[in-house]
Design a protein around this ligand. Structure first.
Ligand code: MG
Ligand code: MG
Length: 253
C-alpha cells in the first residue's frame, strides 16, 4: 500500500532533506586523498545529531554506520571503516536522516581528484538519469515512466542498470511501497498521485549489471569489478510537479 503524504508532511520531509543536503556538502568538503571512510562517517553523524536529527541508517538491521560509503566497484551499502581514499577514486555516499519522525534518503557519487574518462562518463550519466526520472514524478504519470527514463539515459551510453536493487517509497519509514526499479516500460505500473513520495536511486555500472554480496554481508559490488555509481533523491509528487526534497544539485559550486 502506498501511503500518501499531506503538503504539511512533505514539508517535514523537506526539513529532514535539508539536513541531509548539508550533510552531503560537509562530506564533499572533507573528501580528499588520505581520509578514511570512517572519518567521513563520524563527521556526518556528529553534524546530523547537532541539528536535532538522527542518522536513519545507524542500527538499521544492525548497520553500524551513519553513511553507506561505497568506493569504486562497490555499488552500495559499504560500511565506513579503514578504507583510505586515493586520487582517482569514485566514492558513493548514501545518507538517511530522520527528523521529527520523517525520513529523507539521498546519495551522490563523488570524484576524488581527477578521475578517468570512464568514471566521468559513469557519474555524469547516472546523475543525468536521476534528473530525467525526477522530471517524471508528476500526477498522472505511471511508475514505469520513472523507471524507463532512468533506463533510457543509462543504456543510451552503453552502461548497465543494476537490476537487483531498487528505489522505494519513503515517509515515516525509510522503505515503503512501492518498489521502484531503474528499468521498465513507459505507461505501465502504478499511476502517480499527489502526495506520493519516492526515493529514486539509479545504481549503474560501467560493465555488466551483475552484482555480488561481500563477506561482511552488507557491501554489494559489481560482479565484474567494473566501476559503479549511485545517485538518489527523495522526491514528492505534488500538484505543481516534482518536488525534490533533497536538492543537493542546487547547492554549492
Ligand atoms: Mg539511500
Ligand atoms: Mg534509498
Amino acid at each position: 500500500m502506498i501511503v500518501k503524504k499531506t503538503p504539511e508532511q512533505i514539508d517535514k520531509m523537506a526539513a529532514a532533506g535539508d539536513i541531509l543536503v548539508r550533510t552531503l556538502e560537509l562530506v564533499e568538503r572533507k573528501i580528499r586523498p588520505g581520509i578514511t571512510t570512517k572519518e567521513l562517517d563520524v563527521a556526518a553523524e556528529k553534524f546530523i545529531r547537532s541539528q536535532g536529527a538522527t542518522p536513519a541508517f545507524k542500527g538499521y538491521r544492525g548497520f553500524p554506520g551513519s553513511l553507506c560509503i561505497s568506493p569504486n566497484s562497490m555499488v552500495v551499502h559499504g560500511i565506513p571503516g579503514s578504507y583510505t581514499l586515493r586520487k582517482g577514486d569514485i566514492l558513493s555516499v548514501d545518507c538517511g536522516v530522520v527528523l521529527d519522525g520523517w525520513v529523507a534518503d539521498a546519495a551522490r557519487t563523488f570524484a576524488v581528484g581527477a578521475i578517468s574518462q570512464t568514471a566521468r562518463k559513469l557519474l555524469d550519466t547516472t546523475e543525468k538519469s536521476l534528473f530525467a526520472a525526477a522530471e517524471q514524478c508528476r500526477p498522472g504519470n505511471r511508475l514505469g515512466d520513472v523507471s524507463h527514463s532512468v533506463q533510457a539515459v543509462v543504456e543510451a551510453q552503453g552502461l548497465s542498470i543494476v537490476r537487483s536493487l531498487v528505489g522505494h517509497g519513503i515517509g515515516r519509514a525509510m522503505h515503503e511501497d512501492p518498489q521502484i526499479p531503474n528499468y521498465g516500460a513507459p505507461g505501465k505500473g502504478v499511476r502517480l498521485e499527489e502526495g506520493m513520495v519516492f526515493a529514486v536511486e539509479p545504481m549503474v555500472t560501467a560493465g555488466r549489471h551483475g552484482v555480488r554480496l561481500a563477506d561482511d554481508h552488507w557491501a554489494i559490488y559489481s560482479q565484474d569489478g567494473s566501476l559503479a555509481a549511485h545517485f538518489e533523491f527523495t522526491i514528492a509528487v505534488t500538484a505543481d510537479g516534482p518536488r525534490v526534497l533533497t536538492p543537493w544539485h542546487q547547492s554549492g559550486p
